[in-house]
Design a protein. Structure first.
Length: 256
């Protein structure tokens, strides 16, 4: 049986020792096999990935996108720098692909940060997840899994759910092909997004505004799903040609 426990933390606005904070908050309560689901924004702030918009100089392309989509050109410039590709946009948002994840504004966030500043994604979130695991193993003697999560919008659905940006020490995508369902039908394409599932469950406790819960401890996961493996964005991703949404809409790549 899975249990989820929230970890409340005072808001942070500059670089800090995340592993040290986890050790301080959780003391000797962490156990082998626990999984920490941690907000990507919280990880990013701990790594100093906060940018003052006033320091950003937009280029020509950013100014074009800003005029077209009624956005701050400085934000557009950051989206261009942070994303692999800008697919399109609507007033106020650019839809970008970053490490295989479709996300508005390349995951750049203006909420829960001082006015005039934005928070980027961690530079290499899979490395961040691994470092947290290793630091806790060294300092607390526990072997845990780490999932770094963010909120996402799903096509045609109202409201946000969770999505894993990176994972370490957990089989984040569980391949179920070859298994039989209840009626003996062999599964041919099914893969369970386990890290995404845990991210959505954790988001219930994390919330989206002033809850101040950037970390959730998950306990009771099947130990067979905990293994020495790392997942970054590209290991979660599939190509546009294999995506039922993008392929159905006729998207074939290329700049917006």
């Amino acid at each position: 049986m899975l249990t989820l426990s929230p970890v409340a933390v005072q808001a942070k606005s500059s670089r800090f020792d995340l592993a040290g904070l986890i050790e301080e908050k959780l003391g000797g309560s962490l156990r082998d096999g626990d999984v920490l689901v941690i907000s990507s924004k919280f990880v990013a702030v701990s790594e100093g990935r906060v940018v003052k918009l006033g320091t950003v100089r937009p280029g020509e392309r950013a100014n074009e996108l800003a005029a077209k989509h009624r956005m701050d050109a400085r934000l557009c410039e950051l989206v261009l720098r942070e994303s692999d590709e800008v697919i399109g946009g609507i007033p106020g948002f650019l839809l970008a692909s970053k490490d295989g994840l479709l996300t508005p504004n390349a995951g750049i966030d203006k909420s829960n940060v001082k006015h005039g500043r934005v928070v980027l994604y961690p530079r290499r979130p899979e490395v961040s997840a691994w470092r947290i695991r290793e630091a806790l193993k060294f300092s607390m003697g526990v072997s845990v899994g780490v999932v770094i999560c963010d909120s996402r919008l799903s096509p045609t659905r109202r409201g946000t759910t969770g999505v894993a940006v990176a994972a370490s020490g957990i089989e984040a995508v569980f391949d179920m092909r070859g298994r039989a369902d209840l009626f003996g039908n062999v599964l041919k394409v099914t893969a369970q997004g386990l890290a995404d599932d845990l991210s959505s469950a954790a988001e219930v406790l994390m919330g989206e505004s002033d809850e101040s819960v950037p970390i959730v401890v998950v306990r009771g996961l099947d130990r067979r799903l905990l293994r020495e493996t790392e997942y970054g964005g590209k290991r979660f991703a599939i190509s546009a040609e294999d995506c039922v949404y993008l392929r159905s809409l006729g998207f074939s790549g290329g700049p917006a």
